[in-house]
Design a protein around this ligand. Structure first.
Ligand SMILES: C[S@@+](CC[C@H](N)C(=O)[O-])C[C@H]1O[C@@H](n2cnc3c(N)ncnc32)[C@H](O)[C@@H]1O
Length: 209
């Protein structure tokens, strides 16, 4: 799904409380409140932290994360589509496909240190065919987990969106194998009918399976 500001390309629904709140508070997308809730509950971002944000356009998560890590932090935001500059020196963005073979190489050119947190709000363009959409969402979430294992630091955290479906348990088990603690969150700002949940991995194991 290619993000359009504030409604993220989803079918038209009346503008709700979070849409209006995002507009009022200067956020690019209502999704900002989802990552705000997650960090309020689990304190995943720290001042000076290094964060990889996958599926970052138009930049709602990025706005929240950039403030949470502050000017000493570093945030790399990746999306298929370019992200309008945020005007925050700690944020670097790039238009890249996380599924491309050379993605890790390109990422290393942007930042080659380990990340404290890997965040994924990656979402496929939905087809309306439930099994297809779920499988694509799982593929993206698994890719994000691979990156949390290869580029995240031991002790670090992971946050990934997934469309709840048949393979949800497979993903939860895969996160459990890599992180000491796993939480499942359905943020308040998630729309009523949406099947999305966020899987939060805390304290990455030194030797993730
Ligand atoms: C729900 S939107 C992200 C919203 C964003 N977190 C925010 O707060 O503004 C999901 C994003 O995933 C991106 N995406 C989907 N597949 C991707 C891929 N293979 N590589 C990079 N980005 C991808 C889409 O372009 C879309 O912008």
């Amino acid at each position: 799904m290619v993000g359009t500001p504030l409604d993220m390309g989803k079918p038209y629904r009346p503008k709700d409380h979070f849409f209006e709140k995002a507009k009022r508070e200067g956020f690019r997308a209502r999704s900002a409140f989802k990552i705000e809730e997650i960090t309020r509950r689990f304190s995943v971002f720290k001042k000076g932290g290094k964060v990889l944000d996958l599926g970052a356009a138009p930049g709602g998560f990025l706005q929240v994360i950039a403030d949470a890590v502050g000017p000493q932090g570093r945030v790399i935001g990746i999306d298929l589509v370019p992200i309008r500059p945020l005007g925050k020196p700690q944020v670097t963005t790039a238009a890249l496909d996380v599924l491309a073979d050379d993605f890790e190489e390109k990422l290393a050119e942007l930042y080659d240190g380990p990340f404290d947190v890997v965040v994924s709000d990656l979402a496929p363009k939905t087809t309306g065919i439930k099994t297809t959409d779920e499988a694509r969402s799982l593929r993206l979430a698994m890719r994000a987990l691979e990156l949390a294992k290869s580029r995240g630091r031991p002790g670090g955290a992971f946050v990934a969106k997934l469309f709840m479906g048949g393979d949800f348990e497979t993903f939860r088990e895969a996160v459990k194998a890599a992180f000491e603690d796993v939480k499942i969150v359905r943020p308040e700002a998630t729309r009523g009918a949406s099947m999305e949940v966020y899987v939060v991995g805390l304290r990455r194991r030194a030797q993730p399976a």
